[in-house]
Design a protein around this ligand. Structure first.
Ligand code: GLY
Length: 391
């Protein structure tokens, strides 16, 4: 049978040459999984992990990030969260024991005033209707779980299944695992090379061409002619908690006078506070107003935040798609597989995306939750994709 993207050398059991464009958590995971299937993989990125992965807080939060009308994203996120322990165990093993910072610590969502409590109750009703594991708490019950919450916290929701990972550690482990599998890294920018209507490789900024049987596009929020993604700016802070006496034991998300804020405490003592959501094009400038607002809202929930050392302030762009579902699958150009548009969920969805990319590259089926992410939902279908579906 003719393979779906036209090259027997790269199909299924017959390994081929693959270039992965973009070395954030999604690209690195794809490179690692593809190499595990025997492909010769080159990962192209001038600064791997320097984009959205660098800012990501690492919340694995399909339930607490539920938005009305995003049922498919919820199903995808739940599938990814269920598979996350196996994914990180695989990565850690493949990376010779390097940690990923996975913590099954759950998430507490809290509200400050009566309006915030009403908003939380509204979301909780939607979560309950969907059969999700959520539990309403009084303010006192919230403080019993997290004693350093402000006395003004008036209620909350416990989400036992929303955990966390450290994206920087995960990426380090993925890169080590990929290297061990023989993935080469080229530290340059590159563009998809389209010849005779199909992707035939990547042209590097320096002019050299890397020929490939398959190109995987994992470039995140950068504008790209083959992927309808837009940058959604997020500003995020990193603080340091004292070695003795971490402020929080689990992720705390909050609604503070109708604004959202989250605090993600790591075992290392790092506390991530985020994040803004700004539709303003590609912009990595940190603003005084955003830092002020995040600190004000974090302190409103946990006053002890004021005492912490502020270590880092960062702005990066999430890759938003038109419907907030990622783009996973063959795009308009044969030979090009998209793995982008993960918006607020790149870390959570990195493992499931990599598994899907490796499966699609071999002409295999993907779970229905991932099939819903077919880029064809936004436009024309390619012959390549039709061939895959006809198999
Ligand atoms: N998932 C959290 C964020 O994107 O800010």
């Amino acid at each position: 049978m003719v393979p779906p993207w036209g090259s027997p050398a790269a199909h299924g059991a017959v390994p081929g040459r693959v270039v992965v464009l973009g070395g954030g958590v999604v690209g690195a995971a794809c490179a690692w999984r593809l190499a595990g299937r025997g492909h010769r993989v080159v990962l192209v990125d001038p600064v791997p992990g320097g984009g959205a992965s660098r800012a990501a807080a690492g919340m694995l939060a399909p339930v607490s990030e539920l938005h009305h009308g995003e049922r498919e994203l919820l199903e995808l996120g739940l599938l990814a969260a269920a598979g996350f322990p196996r994914y990180v165990a695989d990565v850690e093993r493949a990376a010779g024991g390097a940690p990923t910072g996975y913590r099954a610590c759950g998430t507490l969502v809290v509200a400050l005033d009566a309006g915030d409590r009403a908003r939380l109750a509204d979301v909780r009703r939607a979560q309950e209707r969907l059969g999700l594991d959520v539990r309403a708490l009084t303010g006192r019950e919230c403080r019993r779980l997290e004693p350093l919450l402000d006395p003004g916290v008036s209620g909350g929701t416990l989400v036992r299944g929303d955990h966390q990972v450290d994206p920087r550690e995960l990426l380090r482990a993925l890169r080590a695992a990929a290297r061990d599998r023989g993935v080469e890294h080229v530290a340059e920018t590159g563009e998809v090379l389209v010849e005779d209507g199909r992707a035939s490789g990547v042209r590097l900024a320096g002019g050299a061409v890397l020929r490939a049987d398959l190109v995987v596009l994992a470039t995140g929020a950068r504008a790209h002619p083959h992927a309808p993604v837009r940058p959604v700016k997020g500003q995020v802070l990193r603080l340091r908690m004292p070695p003795a006496g971490h402020l929080l034991t689990r992720t705390v998300r909050g609604v503070v006078r109708d604004r959202d804020v989250y605090l993600v405490p790591r075992r290392s003592g790092e506390l991530v506070v985020g994040a803004t959501t700004e539709e303003r094009g590609f912009d990595e400038a940190v603003t005084a107003g955003a830092v002020h607002d995040l600190l004000r809202d974090a302190q409103a929930l946990v006053p002890g935040v004021a005492e912490l050392e502020l270590v880092e302030v960062l702005a990066r762009s999430r890759p938003g798609s038109p419907d907030n579902l990622p783009l996973i699958g063959f795009g308009e150009v044969p030979g090009l597989l998209l793995a982008t548009g993960h918006h607020r969920n790149g870390v959570l969805l990195s493992g499931i995306t990599a598994d899907a990319v490796a499966a699609l590259a071999a002409g295999e089926d993907v779970p229905p939750e991932v099939a819903a992410c077919d880029p064809g939902r936004f436009g024309s279908r390619t012959a390549a994709r039709e061939e895959v579906r006809a198999r």
